[in-house]
Design a protein around this ligand. Structure first.
Ligand SMILES: N[C@@H](CCC(=O)N[C@@H](CS)C(=O)NCC(=O)O)C(=O)O
Length: 253
């Protein structure tokens, strides 16, 4: 066999191998996708009717959740007395976030859309007694907390030294070392995109303190955030005032 024929036979073998690998990877992805889909379908079939299945990550060491958004949704379900079960896993929603819920076979992503759906479907509006002006105030404070204070908390807990956050995670061994590290890498990218990650720690603390001060002044001596009765905004704020928020504050000041 001359050099040219040898080269072209090698070339054909390489192309053959590459094609075989592509086909095998395609088959593997297809099989994994089908298994996951059929598992999800099976799971959905097993869910009880008219019961919310709350998909969220596992419990924290000192609080129901390490994350504000699952706790917000779970608090709403409890306050509105909606039957629910927890499905603790790392499975994220179709939007790549936690929490999400399944209700009578329908998957809904995002705590706010879950609450909106249930409020409309079941008539469980926890804020129905507020005036339009009070609703606007509650809305503004909730957005400040979820879109500003939340990120300052992420920066302080997860963008630097991870010793503090490790001490409130319910893990041991390799998982306790790895999970905060992986989380930190995701959160750092998000913080940079959101903008808070571009500030110094002192500047971030200044922003966070401003938000906490505003919440504290408005709450004053009231029993709940908007008065004597608990409403939807309390579900969104309770994480920051609860044991986990305080634990973060204690550990980081
Ligand atoms: N707007 C969403 C926010 C949910 C959210 O940010 N969840 C965080 C946990 S606190 C998350 O899933 N982060 C994972 C990621 O972004 O990759 C909601 O209200 O549900």
């Amino acid at each position: 066999m001359d050099a040219e024929a040898l080269l072209s036979s090698c070339y054909l073998k390489v192309i053959g191998c590459v094609l075989a690998v592509i086909v095998l990877v395609g088959i593997a992805i297809g099989v994994i996708w089908r298994i996951r889909k059929s598992r999800q379908e099976k799971k959905h079939k097993d869910y009880p009717k008219d019961t919310v299945v709350l998909h969220q990550i596992g419990r924290a060491k000192y609080a129901p959740s390490l994350s504000p958004f699952p706790l917000k949704l779970e608090t709403y379900l409890r306050m509105a007395e909606i039957p629910y079960i927890n499905e603790h896993s790392m499975e994220m929603s179709s939007k790549g976030k936690t929490p999400w819920m399944t209700y009578n076979g329908l998957d809904i992503a995002d705590s706010e859309f879950c609450i909106g759906y249930l409020t409309e479907k079941l008539g469980t509006d926890m804020s129905k007694n507020l005036t339009p002006e009070e609703k606007a105030i509650a809305h503004a404070f909730q957005k400040m907390t979820e879109e500003s204070l939340y990120w300052t908390m992420c920066y302080i807990a997860l963008a630097g030294d991870l010793t503090s956050v490790r001490s409130i995670m319910p893990y041991t061994g390799f998982k306790l070392w790895f999970v905060p590290l992986a989380l930190s890498s995701v959160i750092r990218k998000q913080l940079w995109g959101q903008g808070v990650g571009r500030h110094t720690r002192e500047e971030v603390e200044h922003i966070g303190e401003g938000d906490v001060k505003a919440l504290s002044v408005y709450l004053g001596e009231k029993r709940f955030f908007m008065g004597d009765e608990a409403c939807t905004v309390d579900c969104a704020l309770c994480w920051y005032a609860g044991s986990n928020g305080l634990e973060h504050a204690r550990l980081t000041t």
